[in-house]
Design a protein around this ligand. Structure first.
Ligand SMILES: [Zn+2]
Length: 563
């Protein structure tokens, strides 16, 4: 693994929009007609996790030149008490340690004391060269975390427990439901578990999972398949840097037989006979990867399939009113369509994790979607039927999965392009569902028409604030957020049609998206990148068009083709 060193500042800059939350609200169906209508009224809200912490970064101490050599970090997570909602974490820091080592949760909404997970019984000690425990170290609570007295040491261990008990069902903030108890174990996000040094550079991060009960463990992100190193895909045999691969640590689902007998899956059947290892480990690429991790252990069932060279995985720990194999088939159809659209998958594994929506208030949403990397956590009601899954949850799955390309690979970190990242993703997810045969074109058109009429055409914010400004302000009022999403959809469709007339191309925006994906860079997505991609693909200079209709307040020209 290439050595990577990041200062705290670089790391905050480098933190990608790892977790995006999309929310879908549909009212309980009254009649078939109403249900259809209500689906058209689907409301999607965006809460950009990392935009919130970004606001706090301005006040953050800027470590331009951190002292000392970069530290190596190993996080050992003991899953022994996971079924009771407790994780024991040992952080081992190695290198020339500073006199005092400051450890904090990633700053932001989850780093604040009132939101952060309770850290129990912290203790620290020196580690001797032979690995044995040395003298205890001072552990003082600081404003945002903990300060360890590490003067003169080359190795120190910090042990703490994290309590992952469930949030109240009246808790509306879905972000507080991501890390929680699940059937037989827990689900947790990296940013809620991993304390990090803030006054030292960091290189080489290792996460190990100690799993004495040999529970099934799933790590949808980072995508831990064998041959994680894409550049060396051709080399045979497992690489040393990822020990946790698909087919390891998973429970075969009871109805796997049905799934594999249906063809494709049978030929690519992973070897489920491999025992669940007691110790698993992986190396996140960097601190962003560490924070973005989603890890689940417990009574998980998984089903695997393939689309091109990508493993498609469906996982759940709940029993549903539909078959796992049907759900996998739905996921596979969506994944295959989206991979086909872009030509390849940005990751070697796409996991869709279906979980129960624990939010039980009148204002709560029926379906919540979160993506991290190319993997998707979808939270739906316990009593969701197959029909509801196809009509409602499928659009959330398609939307979140599409973010694996537009949002992750084409990296969304500039608020000025959120209108496109969300608007185009919403539009294309409807088109992908249509292409995959999950939605009829008529249904997709109806959903889009209702949404555009209600949330864009009739929105009080229309003409008052630009679509781009509304989208950049994720803390806006609900009408503004609806305006931003629907406006982004309308702008994407209108841009496609305008470009089509200018260039005589049939689907110019499709080509622009593929161009953005193929030419993606570390710097990420920006207004300039979009303008240049449009010019490169279509020969059209779209700067004035965007200035007027997206970054300005002119009403978009009417569109005539929605799908
Ligand atoms: Zn989204």
């Amino acid at each position: 693994m290439a050595e990577k060193s990041q200062t705290a500042l670089q790391r905050y800059k480098s933190r990608r929009v790892g977790y995006l939350v999309d929310q879908e609200k549909t009212e309980p169906p009254v009649s078939a007609k109403d249900q259809y209508h209500n689906n058209g009224l689907a409301l999607r809200l965006l809460l950009l996790f990392l935009l919130l912490p970004a606001l706090g970064f301005f006040g953050w101490r800027a470590y331009e030149n951190l002292p000392g050599e970069p530290l190596e970090l190993t996080y050992e997570i003991d899953l022994s008490e996971a079924p009771h909602g407790t994780l024991m974490v040992t952080l081992i820091a190695e290198g020339k340690l500073p006199p005092q080592l400051d450890l904090e949760y990633p700053p932001g909404i989850f780093g604040k004391t009132q939101y952060g997970r309770k850290l129990l019984r912290p203790s620290a000690h020196a580690l001797n060269d032979n690995g044995t425990m040395g003298r205890p170290l001072t552990v003082d609570q600081s404003a945002n975390g903990w300060r360890l007295g590490t003067r003169g040491l080359n190795r120190a261990g910090f042990i703490y427990r994290v309590d992952l008990s469930k949030a109240e069902s009246s808790e509306m903030d879905i972000r507080k439901h991501i890390s929680t108890l699940v059937n037989g174990g827990v689900r947790f996000a990296g940013f809620e578990i991993f304390l990090q040094p803030t006054n030292s550079n960091v290189k080489n991060i290792t996460v190990t999972l100690h799993n004495p009960a040999r529970m099934p463990v799933l790590v949808p992100w980072p995508a831990l398949v064998k041959n994680t190193n894409r550049e060396h895909n051709d080399s045979a045999g497992p690489l040393a840097d990822a020990h946790l691969g698909y087919g390891q640590g998973y429970n075969p689902t009871p109805d796997l037989a049905t799934a594999i007998s249906s063809g494709q899956a049978a030929r690519n059947k992973p070897n489920f006979a491999e025992p669940v290892p007691m110790n698993l480990f992986y190396h996140p690429n960097d601190l962003a990867d560490l924070n973005n991790a989603l890890i689940i252990c417990g009574n998980i069932r998984t089903l695997n399939s393939r689309a091109k060279d990508c493993v498609i995985q469906f996982a759940t720990s709940q029993n549903w009113l539909f078959n796992d194999s049907d759900a996998l088939d739905l996921v596979r159809r969506i994944a295959r369509t989206e991979i086909g659209f872009f030509g390849s998958s940005p990751t070697e594994q796409i996991t869709v994790l279906l979980a129960t929506n624990e939010v039980q208030t009148a204002e709560g949403f029926d379906v919540y979607g979160v993506h991290t990397g190319s993997s998707v956590l979808v939270m739906i009601h316990r009593d969701t039927t197959w029909g509801m899954l196809e009509e409602q949850a499928a659009s959330v799955i398609a939307h979140e999965m599409f973010h694996g390309w537009l949002g992750e690979a084409i990296t969304q970190n500039d608020p000025a392009t959120l209108w496109f990242t969300e608007g185009a993703t919403t539009w294309y997810s409807a088109r992908m569902l249509t292409a995959a045969g999950v939605w009829t074109p008529q249904h997709a058109r109806q959903v889009l028409t209702d949404r555009l009429n209600r949330d864009y055409v009739q929105n009080p914010w229309r003409g008052e604030v630009s679509i781009a400004a509304a989208a950049a302000d994720v803390m806006g009022d609900p009408d503004q957020v609806r305006y931003a999403y629907a406006g982004g959809v309308a702008a994407s469709i209108a841009l496609d049609q305008w470009l089509s007339r200018q260039s005589r191309m049939v689907r110019p925006l499709d080509e622009v998206l593929r161009y953005l994906y193929e030419n993606r860079t570390e710097e990420g997505f920006s207004r300039l990148v979009l303008e240049e991609a449009v010019l490169a693909v279509t020969g059209v200079d779209c700067r004035l068009w965007l200035e007027n209709y997206v970054y300005g307040t002119q009403n978009l020209p009417p569109v005539d083709r929605l799908i």
